[in-house]
Design a protein around this ligand. Structure first.
Ligand code: TUI
Length: 318
């Protein structure tokens, strides 16, 4: 089995952009694909007509491969699953559920399917259903998360499956990419750093919160609902966590976050909106183009791998 994802996806660098709802529309995806990684349009909760337009705009703006992320708990997911076949999308990533029922049709259409998983058991299930790879996402990631950290998850998934594993959660620079390659991953998925890219349409106020964030500035809300979500601390998360402590019902908690991601991304409501971001936000301090981000990450990864080899040589001397 060839685990080279550059060959699998027909891209130059083993960097895949996270499928961030509202954030990852065609402009960001095209910029990442044109820079040699693979850009991903996030379908999120959008209607099928919106996603169709996004795919068509992306096709006009690049001849490089790009993908679409299907958020499986969206009511539009079944229609979007069909759309991807009609539009001959090359790569699909999925999140927040199991894509099993769509996989036979996607595979038949020649689509490369790479589900996001957060446990070994789910990775094995996806391999059995014909996934071309998995994105193993650790607890450090932004948005909806599982329980395992990237550091613990990646080597366990790598040992359990015989398809390429792409690491996600906590990768913000070339050292992070180098580290997951050491753990056996074939590449890295990056979200938060692309969220602040020049080509990202995210409101400046949201970007500013990420650029100013420190290591301890993300929190996890929704543990009590079974849908834990990581994002930057703000008035909304303070209220949410307090209400969770008091045992507030799922329905009441939901009311606090309805439209919250849209309000943050589009309107820049950093107080009451949902500012999804990974723990690596504390490391991210500048807005750059996707090309600058990818070139910098690849150069750093190369340096850290080769320099570590030299600087650690004495450890292994007899
Ligand atoms: O999906 C994500 N990140 C997301 S989705 C999202 S929208 C949302 N907002 C509030 C609540 C729920 C979703 C924001 N961020 N990452 C990929 C990911 N998928 N991480 C974990 C999973 C996952 C979770 C459960 C994959 C499969 C699964 O269940 C499968 C099964 O059926 O057992």
């Amino acid at each position: 089995m060839n685990h080279n994802i550059c060959d699998l996806l027909n891209i130059k660098y083993p960097i895949i952009q996270g499928g961030m709802a509202w954030v990852a529309e065609h402009r960001l995806a095209v910029a990442v694909s044109n820079a040699g990684g693979i850009g991903i349009i996030a379908a999120g909760n959008a209607d099928v007509s919106v996603v169709r337009e996004e795919i068509r705009k992306a096709k006009e703006m690049t001849d490089k491969p790009f993908g679409v992320n299907v958020m499986l708990i969206s009511p539009s997911a079944p229609e979007i699953a069909e759309l991807l076949i009609e539009e001959k999308v090359k790569v699909v990533t999925t999140g927040a559920g199991s894509p099993e029922k769509y996989m036979p049709k996607w595979k038949e259409a020649g689509i490369k399917v790479i589900p996001v998983i957060s446990s070994v058991a789910f990775a094995m299930r996806m391999e059995k259903y014909g996934a071309d790879g998995v994105i193993a996402e650790g607890y450090e990631a932004g948005g909806h998360i599982g329980e395992n950290t990237t550091m613990a998850l990646i080597p366990q998934v790598v040992d359990a499956v015989n398809i390429p594993v792409i690491a996600a959660g906590g990768i913000g620079d070339g050292r992070g990419l180098a580290a997951v390659l050491m753990l056996g991953a074939s590449g890295g998925q990056i979200g938060t750093r692309f969220l602040v890219a020049k080509e990202s349409i995210v409101h400046e106020s949201y970007k500013e919160r990420i650029l100013k964030a420190k290591d301890i500035d993300t929190v996890v809300t929704g543990r009590s609902t079974g849908h834990p979500v990581r994002g930057l601390r703000n008035s909304m998360t303070k209220k949410y966590l307090q209400m969770e402590k008091e045992g507030t019902t799922f329905e009441e908690l939901e009311l606090l976050t309805v439209g919250g991601l849209r309000n943050a991304v589009i309107d820049g409501d950093v107080k009451n909106g949902t500012l999804m971001a990974g723990q690596i936000a504390g490391l991210i301090s500048k807005e750059q183009s996707c090309k600058e981000i990818i070139n910098e990450i690849m150069e750093e990864a190369r340096q850290s791998i080769f320099e570590t080899r030299v600087s650690s040589a004495s450890i292994f001397e007899e």
